[in-house]
Design a protein around this ligand. Structure first.
Ligand code: SF4
Length: 614
């Protein structure tokens, strides 16, 4: 089929059975790829109520029709499963080169079922698929294991791995690839670890059929030319997301001291220019990327190499745990990457523990040492305890929400999460639309689906009207890139035109979809993943969309937005507006009319929405 690898590879790790089935045109037309394929597959194949770390869960790896082609930055792949971190739909996207390799091997989706009795890795060379022993890799760091397997199999293999945290089923373990790219969020590395899969190694030799080769080549060249002509391309390439921390601090959005503040004194030392001078060895990009934002670094005082830190890492480790030395942040990023931990969740959990210690909720006896914000040893100690699930690390490994439930007292206010997922790197008491975006994200408090701080600044940070519509629009546009297998950062960061994509999508697949048609499919997936949470959690609804009480009860303590808070009334206004515009009821559940309008009749039949108030 044009634009697709053409097949679905299914591996049952319990029995060792494997099969390769052709991808149906109906699936491709209706769900496009990647996030669409994952959502549809998990809805159909997972029984509600299963243990996300049990063998009944499935790990689905999928990419989209533009991946592996000459469209700029067509190198994205997503992993999906029921999330161990949240208990609802989980998914995380990753760059690098493995998406293209997967297509060249002939696959649009790889579904892992069951669990292997012993540590294994998957060897996939076109249609030669083997479950191989990984006892020699077990216990190794994620990047160390990738290097070892590359040495063993050859450079032509693209490999993703988990670290020790994934092996130990820490709830926010990530999947790593290309020596420092991660599918970080919602615990996809945990699910891989629960299946005893240390690595997936792929090498492909097929080509991807295209509906109109000449038009695709011409359009690809035009897109590249357009990309190279963008004014801010050079700055983006020089610094990538590492250019963001100073800006975020100056507008009062940089998470500081476990989100008590949005302004960090000394933040200028975390600037991308400082990082470039002190640490950057080379720029690094994903497959086909015209604007490589990866910064590969040598952290001299610690004698380690690491990719990054990117903005979110600098925000959650630097700001949230109060480090103002970029080399310290670089070192802690390296540790997270080798242990296989999502830096957003890890920085958030550790900032939370540091605050609990400072406020006397945690004692030295419970922790095993004194904890201090800004202390490398404190961070490192907790990180290693978490990855090994030792002592206090056993509790923190379950995420900030669970830890607060164990610690009690006011700690639930300090657990900065939504739906169990630790909040990404923007303090949002002075950014209502961004607050709403993280509250309503289908995965929990994550920035990838919608991010709208600049919108709040442009239209007024105290304004509430119109914010919900903006969030909804972004929740369809940004995840659209996770349907087609492309990076969204060219559109987000350098002003690349969205209009290019429907046209090139048509040349590649032959499907004649307008931009509106593609957005409607993105909206359909949004409704399906919302329904997934509803199916999993009996009392799911509005109460799961609120942020922690810190954001509506405590004011920002310092910086340009000191004194700001977003009241519960304001949050309710935003939610009411959001649900109404989405066609959901006031408890935040999609109505029967909405589901039917989206072509989700199968959801209506399963959930029986007549049982709720329409
Ligand atoms: Fe990868 Fe960055 Fe390029 Fe996106 S902009 S494809 S994340 S290198």
């Amino acid at each position: 089929m044009n634009g697709y690898g053409g097949n679905i590879l299914r591996i049952n790790l319990t029995t060792g059975e494997m099969n390769i089935q052709p991808l149906s045109e109906e699936m491709a037309r209706e769900w496009i790829g990647q996030r669409g394929f994952i959502a549809k597959t998990l809805w159909e194949e997972l029984k509600p109520g299963i243990d996300p770390r049990g063998p009944e869960n499935k790990l689905v790896m999928s990419t989209g029709p533009l991946a592996g082609t000459l469209v700029p930055a067509g190198g994205k792949v997503s992993f999906g499963a029921k999330s161990p971190a949240t208990g609802i739909y989980g998914e995380s996207c990753m760059g690098g080169h493995i998406a293209a390799e997967m297509k060249y091997a002939g696959y649009d989706m790889i579904i892992l079922e069951g669990a292997c009795a012993k540590p294994c890795y998957l060897y996939i060379k076109d249609n030669q698929v083997e479950i191989r022993d990984a006892s020699h890799l077990w216990g190794k760091g994620a990047i160390e294991a990738e290097k070892a397997l590359k040495d063993e199999l050859g450079e032509e293999f693209q490999i993703c791995t988990i670290g020790p945290a994934g092996e130990k089923l820490v709830k926010y373990a990530c999947i790593s690839h290309d020596f420092g790219r991660q599918a970080g969020r919602t615990g996809m590395g945990t699910v891989m670890g629960s299946k005893n899969v240390k690595a997936i190694a792929i090498c492909g030799s097929n080509s991807i059929p295209l509906a109109d080769l000449a038009a695709t080549v011409a359009k690809g060249k035009e897109m590249l030319k357009d990309c190279f002509a963008k004014e801010n391309l050079d700055e983006w390439q020089d610094y990538g997301t590492a250019g963001v921390p100073v800006w975020a601090n100056n507008i009062g959005a940089f998470p500081t001291k476990n989100f008590q503040s949005s302004y960090l004194e000394g933040n200028e030392n975390l600037d991308g220019k400082v990082m470039r001078d002190k640490m950057v060895v080379t720029d690094k990009g994903c497959f086909g990327c015209p604007s490589p934002c990866g910064k590969y670094c040598y952290v001299k005082p610690y004698n380690v190499y690491t990719e990054g830190p990117e903005y979110e890492t600098t925000a959650l480790i630097g700001g949230n745990c109060v480090f103002t030395d970029i080399e310290q942040v670089g070192y802690l990023n390296y540790l997270c990457d080798e242990l296989g931990l999502d830096t957003i969740s890890a920085g958030n959990v550790i900032g939370f523990a540091m605050e609990c210690y400072e406020k006397g909720i945690l004692t030295k006896e419970q922790v095993g040492m004194e904890l201090k914000f800004g202390d490398v040893e404190s961070f490192k100690y907790l990180l290693e305890k978490i990855a090994a699930r030792e002592g206090i690390g056993g509790i923190l490994a379950e995420g900030v929400k669970y830890a607060a439930e164990q610690f009690g007292g006011d700690s639930i206010k300090y657990a900065i999460q939504v739906k169990g997922l630790e909040w990404s790197g923007y303090e949002s008491r002075s950014a209502p639309s961004n607050m709403l975006a993280y509250m309503t994200c289908d995965l929990g408090a994550h920035h990838s689906r919608a991010w709208s701080v600049t919108h709040d600044i442009a239209v007024g940070r105290k304004v509430l009207e119109g914010k919900a519509q903006k969030v909804i629009d972004l929740q369809h546009i940004r995840p659209f890139f996770d349907l087609i297998g492309c990076c969204r950062l060219q559109w987000v960061e350098i002003g690349f035109e969205l209009e290019h994509y429907p046209e090139v999508f048509r040349y590649i697949t032959g499907f004649d979809y307008s931009q509106a048609d593609l957005m409607k499919i993105s909206e359909k997936v949004w409704n399906l993943t919302r329904a997934f949470a509803w199916r999993e959690i009996e009392d799911f609804g509005r109460k799961y969309d609120y942020p922690p009480a810190r954001f509506y009860e405590e004011t920002v303590t310092s910086g340009p937005n000191a004194g700001d808070v977003l009241s519960k009334e304001a949050l309710d206004f935003l939610l009411d507006d959001y649900y109404k515009l989405r066609g959901w009821d006031q408890n935040g559940l999609p109505t029967r009319e909405k589901l039917e309008q989206m072509g989700l009749g199968f959801v209506v039949r399963e959930l029986d929405p007549t049982a709720v108030n329409y």
